[in-house]
Design a protein around this ligand. Sequence first.
Ligand code: NDP
Length: 500
Amino acid sequence: MNNNALIHSLPVQPRHFDMFIDGQWTQGSATRSVTRRSPAHDVPVSVYPSGSGVDVDQAVVAARQAFEQSTWARGSGEARSTVLLKTAELIRQHCEELALCETLETGKPIAQSRGEVLASAGIWEYAAGQARALHGDAFNNLGEDMLGLVTREPVGVVGLITPWNFPFFILAERLPFILASGCTVVVKPSELTSGTTLILAGLLQQAGLPDGVVNVLTGPGSVVGQAISEHADIDMVSFTGSTEVGRLTLAAAAGNMKKTGLELGGKNPQVVFADADLDAAADAIVFGICFNAGQCCVSGSRLLVHRSVEQRLTAKILELLARVRIGDPLDEATQVGSITELRQMERILGYVSQGRSEGAQLMTGGYRIESPQGMYLQPAVFSQVTPQMTLAREEIFGPVLTITAFDDFDQAMQIANDTPFGLAASVWSRDLNTSLRAMRQIKAGRVWVNTTIAGGPELPSGGFKQSGIGRETGRYGVEEYTEVKSVHLQLGERARWVQD
Ligand code: NDP
């Protein structure tokens, strides 16, 4: 376990939060509150009101009114951009406060939280540019008498449901793009990690966002999230989380035929060909499985390796893994912190024992590290994993790597695509033909060649198959929250249908 000096200390008292509806801080209809304990330290860190459908109704009224009556939707992209840029500036100024809250609620290392907050500020800045760049199209090729226009309009009121693994970063990949398009929003962060979303609501208000444009509700997903997905006056729902709840969201959205954006689970292959730089691949594979304690939808959890280099690569991975610093997330040197909740820890350990009973060979880890507090898990590596084993098929959402050997290119592609998911993949080869052919054949929304979990807001993210619907970030990320209107403009006299 890692054990160095800490810059931050634990809070003496938990921080009490209200919900944010129509520019006001309120307990709403809540008759009880929920206390979040730091998963790494087991002390209370945040207290939230437990909202209900009544609060959803109130927030939707505020968002609808802001959409119809405020200058947000009808104003210029420049005006929206100004608010988004100011928000980015405030995020940077409040970086330490946000990072500490994120670490205390998620258990992720403080240095990582800080990095995510600063990267989020960059995404808000990028989205500010998109607010000004968003445009439609014109058709000047319809003949002398006709001009065609395509306009983009904000969808309306968006319900945004976010998960607990990257609460602030995932919010940054969606909220500024929704705002850039001119929509208004009702946000429901995970009950486990609502703090940074509520801090952000205060920063948005300081940045000049009109009341009602962003509303933040807290409470259980099965109550507040479900009410958002079902609500008849919400025009679009954007959900990030498990495939199971994504399916519920899709069904609930059918009531009023909401537009739906989903980013769901993944079972992402790391495909290593025989000619790959094995040192670079080993380091990225260790990073890809340990990052955020494996609680990451794009985690590279399935290693597919050419049989001729399997042993060499496995030895390198085991050697690097032994040097990963696991421990107190408030320690600046920690690389892997606590698992975010006990239920998740038990789920991961359940997969480890299932893997053993199905005949996979546990090479290292897969056990809870002894510690007075916190839920630390020694990352697990399983070899001799066949594509049919549960370990290789289901999203574990923890630091568990499976190793499966392949004999040729076609077999590698067949195994890589043999999954209901299609979120991300990494390909390792020094040969351009091999890597580009693999990139083309893999069915996934994001492919990394000779790297992993890299990139910024310029490119879109999202999934193929059961990993999701729609795209976030990039130009696509703002267009996602617009409706397209086609306009035909008659120039001069229209030819009469009824003859004289
Ligand atoms: P969920 O899918 O339950 O949670 C995601 C979000 O949905 C949270 O805000 C949650 O609220 C909310 N929610 C829960 N139930 C409903 C509902 N009926 N209608 C609308 N919203 C709802 O994920 P879990 O926290 O249960 O994690 C389970 C598994 O999901 C993980 O092990 C992992 O496999 C996957 N996952 C994938 C993520 C990704 O980024 N793709 C992120 C998180 C999880 P609340 O938390 O308050 O209940």
